[in-house]
Each structure stands twice: as structure tokens, then as C-alpha cells.
Design a protein around this ligand. Structure first.
Ligand code: SGN
Ligand code: CA
Length: 533
């Protein structure tokens, strides 16, 4: 804790008192005084949080009352997408407001060029106090932040190591709680009271391997989950879908992902993953291990008793995955409640723009998958809730993308949006004003290959009704007939994207027009080199 904390707190209290004094001023001046209050920014982002597991979007799986508070007091974007469905690249798009090749961070192996323009830097230059706390995942050190306290790489769920302004610090506890504590501490004691703030609060949860907090093990223990209707998708006409390695049935690991580290060593899985699973356990302190064992030893015993195989095993894996993922979300939601309560108690709700989002969507068993990367809806879409003080409430159906966050935040802060930013400010939508994105569709490009989960590089365009995807050729296809290297979906008649209609009679004109839009977008975003692929 900083020693200057108490002083800052009293400064802020005095500021509150003098604001209270403003209440006796004539109405017009009072309004003016409020208008002039600079807008703070609280940007909350979870890693891999699917919109299917936020009750503001979908009530099937979990109740998330705190995340829903943001939606209830603000807006829910119902057609919100990313530009490249994977962590580092998504984060780079968000910070810069630019597509991946323009910001230079195309896949998770890249390192972010921190000398480039980002919205936190622009805010800082205009008098904001900026901080990023939690998962960073951009390899290079953060720039444009007065304070940073970031996890190393993906970070650990238990007793994680952070880098705090350049210095390593190991912290005892569960990542979501610890990250929230750090954020609250910065809000309370760390920032200057006389500057507007921009806090990027980035939870590592609910990233793989979905390790719950010890207090949440009992949640969902009796809950059964139906397999999604596309769980046994045969991927006909979709070559990248056929060749991926992110299947719950085939790739989800019993020991690593599902925590069946049997002490009698009767359950085995992929040796490297089994080792990694046991290592994650070894990070815990004795008390955490006791709680963990009390829960998972029971699960292991039941698994051995049932000894499921075939479809029964698929169901068992899916159920276990869902239970752990949702327990992790329960902790995220509780911790977001703590932050919102703090803003309320400190009177900050009136001048803070709150954003809730994820770095991409996530598969909750749809197409038989976990993970993300694909341009199919579950991972291309991402949750997006925003609460602008004095803004409108309700649903926003327009197609928006994560490159739009930076210009939105800049405009909310009263800062001119640089011309080279690809995104478009969403502020008019938040205020209920007219909005024209000037886009005929959303551009998407996933580059990472070969890598974990083996999802082939692809790019494409999505309009309100259609999606055209180009799956790029990869070396191992050289002597194989390519099947469906273009994909076209009519999202109105085929929302689950099972029926690739590319090349079918009657779709020539539609295909031409979508290819034209795709090319226009590639030219606009400096990606013409991909247009002949
Ligand atoms: C890790 C995960 C993958 C995941 C990537 C990218 N494996 O490598 O399952 O796709 O991160 O995720 S793990 O065994 O390390 O958990 S991202 O969201 O950070 O891009
Ligand atoms: Ca992610």
C-alpha cells in the first residue's frame, strides 16, 4: 500500500464536499459544472469470456448479476465482434484502434511495438492518469501507463507472479481476487486525485485451464448441461473446421483441462499436459491444496467408478468443462461487483465510462469445441457492455468491432481521434445519436499457423446477413484436393454456419459483391497483399 493513500483519500473527500456545495448553485451552472467534469474510463476485460456465459446475453448457463448491472444501466451491443480472435492481437487492436497488420501484432508470437500510438498514450498526453492491471500478453513492457502491474504471459490462477512497474512480485491468493485488490488499491491510493483516470482492468480468467477459486467448488456440482446441437458437427464443406485441434472429445485433456490428476496414477493423458496439470497444482499452498483435493478427489473417484467411454465420455468432459468454466465466471462476476460498489460508494458513477468486454468469444461446446480463433460466430463475436453516464440504455444492434473501442474512449475523453485509426467511435450510439460507420462490412483476419489447436489462417468479411471466409492454403495441403477453401454462410437461414454455400448455383452475384467488399476493406486496412490468396 502507498503511504500517501490517506492524504489522497482526504483530498478526494474534500473534492466531494466542494462538489456537494455546487448543489446550491443555480440549475444552469450546476449542469455546466457537471458537463465539465472529465470522464474517467474503467475498461474491464476478461480473457476468453463467452457471451453465452453472461446472463445479460444468455440465461441458459449462469447468472452474472454484477456484469449485468453495467448492461442494466447502459447498453448491450448485440453484434459486437473482434478483428482477430486471439489474445495478443485482439489487445493490440483495442489499444491502437487498428487492424493487426497495421499495428504489427498479428499472432501470439509477436511482440508489441510499444513506440506506436495507443489510446492510453493519447489520454496520458491529455492529462489522464493511466494504469493497466492484470493480463497484458503483449510481450514488450507496457507504454503509455503511469502504473502497470501485469501478469507474466498468461499468468497463473493461484499465487500468480506479477511485474509491477518492472519489478517481479509474487502474490498469494487467487488471480481474480488479487487482480481486483490491486485495481481497487490503485483507485483508492495509487492515482492522483486531481486527474481523470483510465484504468484497464484485465482479468486472466476465464482462460484455460478454468481453475476455480476454492470457495466456488460447490457451485454447479449438481448441474447437468445438454450438449449443444452442433456438438457432433461433421464439418462437411469446411476444411479448417475439419483439421483443427480444439475438440472437447479429442483434444480436451483429462488431467490438464479437467483436473483428474489421480493420486493413484491410474488416469493418464498426454504426458506433457499431464505434467503441466500437476505443475499447476504444485503452485498452490497447503490450504489451497486441501480445498482442491477435497473437491477434485471426489470428482476423480466418481469418474473412476463411472469409467465413461464414447458418447458418455464426451458428455462427462463437456459437463466438467462447463462446471469449472462457470465457477471461474462466478468469481469474475463477484469481483466486478466489488469494483462497481467502490465506484458507487466513491461517487464516481456520474463521470466514469464503464466498458465490459473480452478479447474474443469462446466455444462452449458448439461445433464440439473449446477455444476460439475461428471467424465463426461464437469466437468472432465478443461481449460488449458500456455504461456512459447520461447515455442511453438498451440494445445496440449495429455491427461494431474492437478497433472501435479506442476512438470511443478518446471521444468520451474529449480528445480528437487521429485520422490513422481504423475504428469508428461508438460514442454517438451511446448517446442515442445517429451513427454511420461508413463500413459495408466487418473485416476479420486470423494469422497464427502452425500452432496449438491448428486453426488455419483465414480472413473474411461479415455483413448483417452474410459471411464470406477465405481459408488460406497451408503447406500440408500441397498434394491434397482443397475442400471449401472459400466459405459462404447465410446467417439468416443458417445461423449455426453448418452449410457452406460458396460455389453453389444462384449465389454468384452475392459472392461477387462480398468479394468486392472484402477487397475494398483489405485496401482500406493495408492488407491488399492478401487479396490474391
Ligand atoms: C494457451 C492455451 C491455448 C490457447 C492459447 C491462446 N493453452 O496457449 O489453449 O488457445 O493460450 O489463448 S494452455 O495450455 O497454455 O492453456 S489466448 O487467449 O491467450 O490467445
Ligand atoms: Ca483470450
Amino acid at each position: 500500500m502507498y503511504s500517501k493513500g490517506d492524504n489522497l483519500k482526504s483530498v478526494r473527500k474534500i473534492a466531494c464536499l466542494s462538489l456537494a456545495g455546487v448543489a446550491i448553485m443555480p440549475f444552469a451552472s450546476c449542469e455546466k459544472a457537471q458537463e465539465e467534469k472529465p470522464m474517467n474510463i474503467l475498461y474491464i476485460m476478461c480473457d476468453d469470456h463467452s457471451y453465452q456465459t453472461i446472463s445479460a446475453y444468455d440465461c441458459r448457463y449462469i447468472n452474472t448479476p454484477n456484469i449485468d448491472r453495467i448492461a442494466a444501466d447502459g447498453v448491450r451491443f448485440t453484434n459486437s465482434f473482434v478483428a482477430n480472435s486471439i489474445s495478443g492481437p485482439s489487445r493490440a487492436c483495442m489499444l491502437t484502434g487498428k487492424h493487426s497488420s497495421a499495428n504489427g501484432f498479428t499472432d501470439n508470437k509477436s511482440s508489441f511495438d510499444g513506440s506506436q500510438q495507443t489510446y492510453p498514450k493519447l489520454l496520458q498526453a491529455h492529462g489522464y492518469e493511466t494504469a493497466v492491471i492484470g493480463k497484458w500478453h503483449l510481450t514488450s513492457e507496457p507504454t503509455g501507463f503511469n502504473h502497470w502491474d501485469i501478469l507474466i504471459g498468461q499468468g497463473d490462477y493461484y499465487n500468480p507472479v506479477f511485474i509491477r512497474n518492472g519489478e517481479r512480485v509474487q502474490r498469494e491468493g487467487y488471480a481474480t481476487n488479487v487482480t481486483t485488490d490491486l485495481a481497487l488499491d490503485w483507485l483508492e491510493n495509487g492515482r492522483s486525485a486531481d486527474k481523470p483516470f483510465c484504468l484497464l482492468l484485465h482479468h486472466k480468467a476465464p482462460h484455460r485451464t478454468w481453475m476455480p477459486d476454492t470457495c466456488d467448488f460447490d457451485l454447479f456440482s449438481d448441474t447437468e448441461f445438454e450438449l449443444p446441437v452442433t456438438f457432433y458437427d461433421n464439418y462437411e464443406g469446411r476444411i479448417a473446421a475439419k483439421t483443427q485441434h480444439m475438440s472437447i472429445s479429442k483434444d480436451m485433456d483429462l488431467v490438464y483441462d479437467l483436473k483428474l490428476a489421480d493420486k493413484d496414477s491410474l488416469i493418464h493423458s498426454r504426458p506433457d499436459l499431464e505434467r503441466a496439470g500437476r505443475m499447476m497444482y504444485s503452485r498452490m499452498n497447503p490450504e489451497q491444496k486441501r480445498a482442491w483435493d477435497a473437491h477434485y478427489d471426489r470428482v476423480i473417484a466418481e469418474f473412476k467408478k463411472q469409467n465413461p467411454t464414447g458418447e458418455e465420455l464426451d458428455k462427462w468432459k463437456f459437463r466438467q468443462y462447463m462446471r469449472d468454466y462457470l465457477r471461474v465466471i462466478a468469481s469474475v462476476d463477484r469481483n466486478i461487483g466489488r469494483v462497481l460498489d467502490y465506484l458507487e460508494a466513491e461517487g464516481l458513477m456520474d463521470n466514469t465510462l464503464i466498458v465490459y468486454t473480452s478479447d474474443q468469444g469462446f466455444y462452449m461446446g458448439e461445433h464440439g469445441w473449446f477455444d476460439k480463433r475461428f471467424m465463426y460466430e461464437e469466437s468472432f463475436r465478443t461481449p460488449l457492455l458500456m455504461r456512459l453516464p447520461g447515455g442511453v440504455k438498451g440494445d445496440i444492434p449495429q455491427l461494431v468491432q474492437n478497433i472501435d473501442y479506442a476512438p470511443t474512449i478518446l471521444e468520451a475523453a474529449g480528445i480528437e481521434i487521429p485520422e490513422d485509426i481504423h475504428g469508428v467511435s461508438l460514442l454517438p450510439l451511446l448517446k442515442g445519436d445517429e451513427w454511420n460507420s461508413g463500413r459495408k462490412g466487418l473485416y476479420y483476419h486470423y494469422y497464427e499457423f502452425p500452432d496449438e489447436h491448428s486453426v488455419r489462417p483465414h480472413f473474411g468479411v461479415r455483413t448483417e446477413r452474410y459471411k464470406l471466409i477465405r481459408i488460406c492454403d497451408v503447406a500440408e495441403d500441397a498434394d491434397r484436393k482443397l475442400e471449401g477453401s472459400w466459405e459462404l454462410f447465410d446467417l439468416e437461414t443458417d445461423p449455426m454456419e453448418l452449410n457452406n454455400i460458396y460455389g453453389q448455383d444462384g449465389y454468384e452475384e452475392l459472392t461477387d459483391s462480398l468479394r468486392k467488399i472484402l477487397l475494398e476493406l483489405q485496401v482500406k486496412y493495408g492488407e491488399e497483399q492478401y487479396s490474391n490468396m
